[in-house]
Design a protein around this ligand. Structure first.
Ligand code: PAF
Length: 280
């Protein structure tokens, strides 16, 4: 695997390789790679002539300085993992490379998509995601970019960004990867205590129950039921459980047709914030 650290290196290396319409599959990450990331990267490898992953802990998407400082950095292990699955390129830029001094950041308009759930709870987060993903797409110019549905709101924000700025890649949405007990895979899972980790599958169980009951219960009652289930577990506090139109993420009060809405959940376990979702 070749490691590219600057825009110029990406340009010099990739533009020649991509003559003759070769396709390039891209997976942007902030490192601390786990099996969820590796599933996306393997798909990028399988579906394209060349594959590239980026690792960049993006300061502008953290609204809390401590979270940025605490973010796990495991670059040597990450490189080993990428090499083990034969990823072709790693883009590993510095903060100075991505945010040159004096450059002004764009303000994006993501409309109501940004005003709910993670956008509401983490002000500025999706602006930061938009800034970095736009830069990465412009530097790398991939044919396809792969994102997990666990961060479903991020996926819709990136689709909107790509459309608004006519950026190159087709956005490929990939299913949530789960541990065998149902917990959605996330780098945050490593921060759970043994007891919290034991209890954490209750989040997906609550979502599955909501899915089962969605045909027979009113939305408000179902939301209350999930809230009671989560909050009765002493290791958990519900951040939110929202049932929303899956196209625009606006909360709904009445059921739409089957598969048109999703349940979105955030659960705090100590200082670890876990998110998950399910189609209803
Ligand atoms: O999902 C992530 O890891 C990040 O938000 C992303 C898309 C790599 C942008 O920094």
């Amino acid at each position: 695997m070749k490691i590219l650290k600057t825009r110029r290196e990406v340009n010099n290396t990739l533009r020649n390789k991509l003559l003759n319409n070769a396709s390039l599959g891209f997976v942007p990450t902030m490192g601390a790679l786990h099996s969820g990331h590796l599933t996306l990267i393997k798909r990028a490898i399988d579906e394209n002539d060349l594959s590239i992953c980026s690792i960049f802990v993006n300061p502008t998407q953290f609204n809390n300085k401590q979270d940025l400082e605490k973010y796990p950095r495991t670059i040597e292990k990450d490189i080993e993992l990428l090499e083990s699955i034969n990823c072709d390129y790693l883009f590993l830029p510095t903060v100075e490379e991505m945010y040159p001094q004096g450059e002004e950041n764009i303000q994006f308009d993501f409309g109501n998509l940004e005003k709910v759930m993670e956008g509401k709870d983490r002000p500025g987060h999706f602006q930061g995601v938009g800034i970095i993903v736009k830069k990465l797409f412009e530097i790398i110019q991939p044919s396809r970019a792969y994102f997990g549905k666990k961060d479903y709101q991020q996926l819709l924000i990136i689709k909107s960004l790509t459309k608004q700025y006519q950026l190159s890649p087709q956005i490929v949405a990939c299913d949530i990867i789960r541990e065998s007990d149902g917990l959605a895979i996330s780098s945050r899972n490593q921060r759970l205590t043994i007891e919290q980790r034991k209890q954490a599958p209750a989040i997906y169980k609550a979502l599955q129950e909501a899915q089962k009951l969605s045909t027979t219960m009113e939305i408000e009652d179902l939301k209350n039921l999930v809230a009671t289930k989560i909050n009765s577990n002493p290791t958990m506090t519900l951040g939110y459980f929202q049932i929303s139109n899956k196209e625009n993420l606006q909360p709904i009060n009445h059921w739409l047709s089957k598969g048109q809405q999703m349940g979105f959940i955030v659960v705090n376990m100590g200082d670890v914030r876990l998110i998950d979702n399910i189609e209803l």
